[in-house]
Design a protein around this ligand. Structure first.
Ligand SMILES: *Cc1c(COP(=O)(O)O)cnc(C)c1O
Length: 390
C-alpha cells in the first residue's frame, strides 16, 4: 500500500490554475477537428537564426563543453552580456561581479525570492503580471502587495498610492517594461520615480526587461539601469528568449547591483550547475550579432501587430496599438467578463486567447492576444472575429 503523500503547503496553496478550463476546451475543439488558431502562448514561432544554431553545433562537439559549467556562467558569456549592455543601453557592468547567467530569466526571477525574501517580508508586485514574481514570494513565505496597473495610469503602478506603512516594510518591488501582459511601456521619468521610491524606503528593485528589444516604429525601450542611482537599488532580468527567438534554449542573465547579483548567484551555486557551455557560446554569438538578427524579427512582429490591431478595431473591439512586446491587450466587449470573452472566441471561431484575470485580478475585463503566428493566420483571426456578435 502506498504511503500517505502530502504535498508541501507552498504547493497546496498555489492559486488554482485559471487556464485549466481553456485547456479542456482547446482539447475538445481539436478533437472535433476545429482549425484552432492559438494566440494564447507568448512563444516566438520564428526559428532561431541559423548562425546561432551553427555555433551551438560547433560547441556541442567540443569535449571541454561536456563537463560541468560554472553556475555563474562562462566569463566570456558574462563579458558578452556586459558589452551588449554597454552598446545597447550605455550601461557599464563589471562582468565578474555585476552579471550572472540564468537558465532563462524565469529561473532567476524565482530564485531572487529565495535569495532575498524571508517569511513575512512584503514584496510589492505590479499586477497584472508574469506570475513568477508573486509565486516566488509565496514559496518563501513572503506577502505579496499588488500594485494595480490600470489604463488611467498608462499601466504604470502609482507609487504614491502605496501606504507609507507598507512601503516602509517592503523588501522588494517587481516591475516589467515593456510589459507582459498589457504591452505598456515606461519612460525614463517613471524609472526615475522608482529609483527615488526605492532609496526613500530602502526597497530592492527587480526589473524584468525581457521585451526591451521588441520595440516598434523605431522605438527603443530603455533599461532600468540607465537611470542614475539605479545600480544602487536594482537588478535587471533579461533573456535571449524573446530577443533572439530562443525560448527553448534556456539562457538569460541578471545584471546590476553587485550585492543583489551575488545573492542570486549564491542561491544558484547551491541549486543548479549552470548552462551547457555550447549554449552559452551560441548566446555569445547572438549578443555579438545583436540588431543584425533582431531587426528582421522586429519587422515581422510589427507587420503582424498592425494586421491584428486594425482587424480587431474593425471588428469593433477596443485596444491600444502596442509600441513594444508581442502582446495586444484587448478590452472585453461590454457585458462580458474576460473568461466569457475568451470562451466565446474559442467556442464560436476557434481562436485561443488568454483571459486577462489569469495575470491578476486587475486584468479582469481584458484578454491578451499574442502575435506569434504567421500574418495570414492573423488575417484569418480578424476575419473570424468579425463574424462574432458581441
Ligand atoms: C517570457 C517571459 C519571461 C521568461 O523568459 P525566459 O527567459 O524564457 O525564462 C520573463 N518575463 C516575462 C515578462 C516574460 O514574458
Amino acid at each position: 500500500m502506498a504511503i500517505t503523500i502530502e504535498k508541501a503547503k507552498r504547493i497546496k496553496e498555489l492559486p488554482t490554475y485559471l487556464f485549466t478550463e481553456i485547456d479542456r476546451k482547446k482539447k475538445e475543439a481539436l478533437a472535433r477537428g476545429v482549425d484552432l488558431i492559438d494566440l494564447g502562448v507568448g512563444d516566438p514561432d520564428i526559428p532561431t537564426p541559423p548562425k546561432i544554431v551553427e555555433k551551438l553545433m560547433e560547441g556541442a562537439s567540443k569535449p571541454v563543453n561536456h563537463r560541468y559549467p560554472s553556475s555563474a556562467g562562462l566569463l566570456q558569456y558574462r563579458e558578452a552580456v556586459a558589452i551588449w549592455y554597454q552598446k545597447r543601453f550605455g550601461v557599464k557592468l563589471d562582468p565578474e561581479r555585476e552579471v550572472v547567467s540564468l537558465i532563462g530569466s524565469k529561473e532567476g526571477i524565482a530564485n531572487m525570492a529565495i535569495a532575498f525574501v524571508d517569511p513575512g517580508d512584503i514584496v510589492l508586485v505590479a499586477s497584472p503580471c508574469y506570475p513568477v514574481y508573486h509565486i516566488g514570494t509565496s514559496f518563501c513565505g513572503g506577502k505579496n502587495y499588488f500594485l494595480p496597473l490600470v489604463k488611467q495610469n498608462h499601466f504604470l503602478p502609482d507609487l504614491d498610492a502605496v501606504p507609507a506603512g507598507v512601503a516602509r516594510q517592503a523588501k522588494m518591488l517587481w516591475i516589467n517594461y515593456p510589459n507582459n501582459p498589457t504591452a505598456a511601456v515606461a519612460e525614463k521619468d517613471f524609472f526615475a520615480r522608482v529609483v527615488e521610491f526605492a532609496h526613500r524606503y530602502n526597497i530592492i528593485v527587480c526589473h524584468d526587461a525581457a521585451y526591451t528589444e521588441m520595440g516598434f516604429d523605431g522605438y527603443r525601450p530603455a533599461s532600468f539601469l540607465e537611470l542614475e542611482g539605479a545600480q544602487e537599488v536594482g537588478i535587471e532580468f533579461h533573456s535571449l528568449s524573446k530577443t533572439f527567438n530562443m525560448t527553448g534554449w534556456r539562457v538569460g542573465m541578471a545584471v546590476g547591483n553587485k550585492d543583489l547579483v551575488s545573492g542570486l548567484a549564491q542561491v544558484k551555486s547551491n541549486v543548479d550547475s549552470g548552462i551547457f557551455q555550447a549554449v552559452q557560446e551560441a548566446a555569445i554569438e547572438a549578443l555579438h550579432l545583436g540588431d543584425e538578427i533582431v531587426e528582421p524579427s522586429r519587422r515581422v512582429y510589427q507587420e503582424r501587430r498592425d494586421i491584428l490591431v486594425s482587424g480587431l478595431r474593425a471588428a469593433g473591439l477596443e485596444c491600444e496599438k502596442p509600441r513594444a512586446t508581442f502582446y495586444v491587450w484587448v478590452s472585453a466587449p461590454k457585458g462580458l467578463t474576460s473568461a466569457q470573452f475568451t470562451a466565446k472566441l474559442l467556442d464560436e471561431v476557434g481562436v485561443v486567447t488568454t483571459p486577462g484575470n489569469g495575470f491578476g485580478e486587475v486584468g479582469e475585463g481584458y484578454v491578451r492576444f499574442t502575435i506569434c503566428v504567421a500574418k495570414e493566420r492573423l488575417r484569418e483571426v480578424t476575419e473570424r472575429i468579425r463574424q462574432v456578435r458581441f
